[in-house]
Design a protein around this ligand. Sequence first.
Ligand code: SF4
Length: 501
Amino acid sequence: MTTPGTTPAAGLINIAPPQVEWPQGDFPTAAHQLLKDSQLRKNVRHATNVINAKRAIVVGEMPDWEHLRDAGSAIKQHTLDHLDQYLLEFEAACTAAGGHVHWAVDAAEANRIAVEIVRRHQVSEVIKIKSMTTEEIELNHALEAAGVHPTETDLAELIIQMGHDKPSHIIVPALHKNRGQVREMFRREMNLPDLGDTPEDLADAARRYLREKFLSVKVAISGANFLIAETGGVCILESEGNGRMCLTLPDVLISVVGLEKVIPRFRDLEVFLQTLPRSSTGERMNPYNSIWTGVRPGDGPQEFHVILLDNGRSAILHDAEAKQTLKCIRCAACQNACPVYRQTGGHAYASVYAGPIGAILTPQLHQTADGRLGDGDSLPYASSLCGACYEVCPVKINIPEVLIHLRRKVVERDQGTISGLFGLWNIGMQTAAAVFESGDRLRLAQRLGRIGQIPFVSKNDFIEHLPLMLSGWTQTRDLAPLPEQSFREWWSERSDRTSHE
Ligand code: SF4
């Protein structure tokens, strides 16, 4: 319980928070660092186990689950095929209802538009409801640079903000933190030395802190789950009611939304209102489903803006093999199912979008105009290609297919440079391709391999260490040595024997 007489919202105490050290480097380097953090792995595994078990139950009770996945996939595919038309339809309907639509080509433009609107209202504080899109464009930094303090109102996002941390999961951004860690943070940041450690104590402290913000701050910034072209409506599904407060109490509402969030008709929501909560939090329905359309005198915000964000999405739309990435409804089911994410957590991806969807979305958002992948090009390799992500995706994005497509892009890009062309990996792979193309060459390679492996076979009859660039194969597993006789040799010996009998 909170200490009697202490108001959490009374102010933050002035104790320097512990420094958060984020892993550096590409995915393999960052993952290597994070794998040493056993507490983090325990937290992530526990949380994803709980969500996966809940999801399995509520999905299992839907006899038409596969039909719903097909329907969601078809709606999204149709929308992407006619995205220009539906975005214009949304703009017209939203404007007719009294909203203002802004088009932002990149993060800088979106931030500039949002900051200008906030400045016009001469406020020094805004409240926010969880929005991955505003994380993507780092809007909080832009607001702070303009002297405006943003307060996250989603409980998990508040934990991230108070911990000076970064989100590690799409739906549960503070999934890597356990209750004890959250309690310590609240005690420190909210000046509540006697705070208890039950979920109720923590929720109560956050509720008191946030309620004062809801009632006093005049400008709110939100994301959105869906934009409805037919009506100009904007839709958010959430679990805590903080969104409902942000969407109704302030005078001004700004929604920053990726272009791909549009759906054609109001009735299309029927599909996603069933698949999204089941896939994301294992709930049959979200406790709060809000849809708002324009402004209404005397009811809710009196000024409403939608910032439609491109920021690399058009380039993805033009890549026929990768376009399906934009069907994503950000449920995070692929993250929870992914054996790689479950070991490393989200920070190894160095992206607001972690897990399998991050592995395909992040490098594409950073690609250049000619389709060459930029930052995050190690992410398409952050997968075992087991297909678990594809199996759970409610809109049937074939993530393994896109991962392989992106890996090919990385290889083709590297082959276009001198260092890539003459790099060990390229030479090794070209040699392997030449060997596998010819039966004679494969036979010869097997014979040479049997001789070459002799110094590396241990007493247990395993290869525990390989040298140089091959060392990666034995870093986390032992290899069985090549057998003394290959299957082809056995087969031809056997055929010879039977023909003589
Ligand atoms: S890719 Fe599919 S499973 Fe992953 S977050 Fe997006 S919709 Fe959910």
